[in-house]
Design a protein around this ligand. Structure first.
Ligand SMILES: [Zn+2]
Length: 319
C-alpha cells in the first residue's frame, strides 16, 4: 500500500545478503569508475551510484513531497560508515556520524521534484577485504497526502465477527467502552490475519484467548466487536482486558507493509474512539509479556529502528 523504496549497494560478490529484502531495486553494477543506476519500477525515486574513492553518492529525486526516512545498515559490524544528506546545491542538510555499527534514522521532509544528494562515506581504514565493504542504504518515503492511505486501509478492513453463542469463552459479550488500544504480535511467523481469524473458531483451539483485530501485509480483520471485551491482555479483569481494544500484528509476509498497515490502523482506531496517543499500550505494558516481540525484542525485529517508541511515533503522525 505504501510506496516503499530501498536503495541497495553491494561491493563484493555476494548478492544473497539482500535476498530477504522485498521490493529491492534492481541494481546494475559496472566496473571501477563506472556508475550503477538504480532503477525502480514505479519511478518515484531514482538515483545513481558512483563508486569513487571511498564516497558513494546517490542523486535522488522524488515525484511527490513527503517525509523520507534514511537508514544506513552496514552488513558487517566492523564497517564504519557516515551518512550525509545534501540539498541540490550540495549544502549539508543532515548527517549521521556514528562511527560504527548500525546507524540511526535520519528523517527529512523532502520536496517534490528536487534533487538530493545522499553520500555514504567510509570512515577510517576499511582494509583490503572488499567483502567487508558492504552496506545497505534504506530509504522509505511517506508521501502526502496521508488521507489517501487511510482510505486505502478502509477498503482492506473486513468484519468477520465470531459467533457469540458458539464461542462464548472467547467472546463473552461483556460491553466495553474502550479507553486504550493494545498492540500485540502473533508470535507465529506463518499465520496471516485470516489464519488468526480462523484459529479463533477452530475446534482444536480450546483456549479462552482472543483479540479484536488481526492485521497483516494485506488486510485487517475485525473478529470481535470493538465495544465488547476480548481476552488478549493477560491481566484478568484489569484495564488491559476490560478497557482496551486488542490488535494482533501478524508476523507473516512483508514486515514493512504489515507495520505500515498496523500503524495506520492503530491511528484510525484511536481516532474513531476519541483517544490520544497516551491511550496506546503494548501487551508488555500490562503484564510484562514479551509482546509485541517484533517491536520490543531485539532478536525478533527485522530492523533495528522498528522499536515500540518508533511505532508510537509513526502512529502519532496519523492522529
Ligand atoms: Zn500479546
Amino acid at each position: 500500500m505504501f510506496i516503499f523504496h530501498q536503495l541497495g549497494v553491494y561491493k563484493g560478490t555476494n548478492k544473497t545478503v539482500f535476498k530477504y529484502r522485498t521490493s529491492f531495486i534492481s541494481l546494475i553494477r559496472k566496473e571501477i569508475k563506472a556508475m550503477a543506476k538504480l532503477i525502480q519500477d514505479d519511478q518515484n525515486i531514482y538515483g545513481r551510484v558512483f563508486f569513487k574513492d571511498d564516497i558513494d553518492t546517490y542523486k535522488v529525486k522524488w515525484n511527490e513531497s513527503g517525509v523520507a526516512n534514511f537508514y544506513l545498515e552496514p552488513q558487517f559490524d566492523s564497517l564504519n560508515l557516515d551518512l550525509f544528506i545534501l540539498d541540490q546545491e550540495q549544502n549539508l542538510i543532515e548527517s549521521s556520524l556514528q562511527s560504527t555499527g548500525l546507524h540511526e534514522l535520519i528523517k527529512l521532509e523532502v520536496s517534490a521534484n528536487r534533487f538530493y544528494y545522499i553520500q555514504v562515506k567510509h570512515a577510517g581504514d576499511i582494509g583490503p577485504n572488499t567483502d567487508r565493504n558492504r552496506y545497505l542504504l534504506r530509504c522509505k518515503i511517506y508521501p502526502q497526502p496521508k488521507d489517501t492511505r487511510l482510505k486505502y486501509l478502509d477498503s482492506k478492513y473486513s468484519v468477520q465477527h465470531i459467533n457469540q453463542k458458539k464461542y462464548p469463552k472467547k467472546r463473552p459479550a461483556v460491553p466495553m467502552n474502550p479507553e486504550y488500544v493494545t498492540i500485540h504480535s502473533t508470535a507465529n511467523k506463518k499465520s496471516t490475519a485470516q489464519n488468526e481469524r480462523n484459529w479463533l473458531t477452530n475446534p482444536l483451539n480450546k483456549r479462552q484467548a482472543s483479540f479484536h483485530i488481526a492485521v497483516d501485509e494485506k488486510e485487517a480483520i475485525e473478529c470481535i466487536p470493538l465495544n465488547e471485551v476480548a481476552w488478549h491482555a493477560g491481566d484478568g479483569h484489569g484495564n488491559g482486558n476490560m478497557k482496551s481494544i486488542g490488535i494482533e500484528i501478524c508476523e507473516s509476509g512483508n514486515r514493512e507493509s504489515t507495520l505500515d498497515h498496523a500503524i495506520v490502523l492503530t491511528a484510525q482506531i484511536l481516532k474513531k474512539h476519541g483517544l490520544s496517543i497516551s491511550s496506546l499500550r503494548c501487551h508488555h505494558d500490562w503484564t510484562k509479556k514479551n509482546c509485541p516481540r517484533i517491536l520490543i525484542d531485539d532478536s525478533k525485529r527485522h530492523l533495528p529502528y522498528e522499536t515500540w517508541a518508533w511505532f508510537k511515533e509513526e502512529v502519532l503522525r496519523y492522529l
